[in-house]
Design a protein around this ligand. Structure first.
Ligand SMILES: [Zn+2]
Ligand SMILES: [Zn+2]
Length: 234
């Protein structure tokens, strides 16, 4: 993996180090555009200028970056735009978002348990006399199921170093197109993925290169018993 650093905000949005007129002058073969050369190296050979330039910000995007139309900025390791929190979930706040879902799940479980206990105390009452209470309990259980599924999903993508956007739009992202579903191109193993997910750097970030096609083809090979012990599936 090639490691590069660039300035970023709290959720990992990209801040251009060059103003827009300067960026528009950048060309792949320009010797002054070191940022551009660094980014080009992260993409597979044959990628074009259109593939890695944001048409809204005119910023050269590293892999895994996407422009958010709600925030009107490019977000590194874009996961999704959360309408409930009113912000993008990206490189720098994905871990905090996971803890947020975890805490919400615990809170909902506790509320459901207290609710069932309170209904149980009135067991002698006919159930339809507490109809509204039963309806509220059903809604609470539905929310709890949703939160648990969301928590499981974000745990899965954290363990495999993916994002919601990459999972949902895998076939539309040019450098992921054609890669078998079971291959997670940016995964470095469960332990390293958890470390990178939990411990994001406060100053700058590490850019990830798209692995070469030979490496991805090797990872797509059928699993053997030995691979299970080596944790290759991760
Ligand atoms: Zn943008
Ligand atoms: Zn956003």
């Amino acid at each position: 993996m090639i490691k590069k650093r660039q300035s970023s905000s709290k959720h990992g949005s990209l801040k251009s180090t060059t103003n827009r007129p300067d960026l528009e002058k950048l060309r792949p073969m320009s010797s002054s555009s070191s940022w551009l050369h660094q980014i080009v190296d992260l993409y597979p050979p044959g990628s074009s200028n259109r593939d890695w330039t944001c048409q809204y910000c005119k910023i050269i995007q590293p892999p895994r970056t996407r422009h958010c139309h709600d925030c009107d900025k490019c977000v590194l390791q874009f996961d999704h735009h959360c309408v409930w929190l009113g912000t993008c979930i990206g490189k720098k706040n994905h871990c905090r978002f996971w803890w947020y879902i975890f805490e919400e799940s615990i809170l909902s479980t506790w509320t459901v348990a207290l609710y069932i206990e309170s209904l149980h105390l009135d067991i002698e009452k006919v159930w339809w006399k507490d109809f509204i209470g039963v309806i509220l309990l059903a809604v609470l259980i539905f929310i709890l199921m949703f939160l648990l599924l969301l928590l499981m999903f974000h745990t899965y993508i954290a363990l495999t170093n993916q994002t919601t956007y990459e999972v949902a739009r895998r076939k539309r992202i040019f450098y992921l197109r054609g890669i078998p579903d079971r291959v997670h191109p940016f995964s470095k193993g469960i332990c390293r993925n958890i470390y990178d997910f939990c411990f994001t750097r406060e100053n700058g970030f590490v850019l990830e290169a798209v692995p070469p096609i030979e490496e991805l083809e090797a990872r797509a090979a059928p699993y053997t018993c030995r691979d299970l012990f080596c944790c290759r599936c991760c």
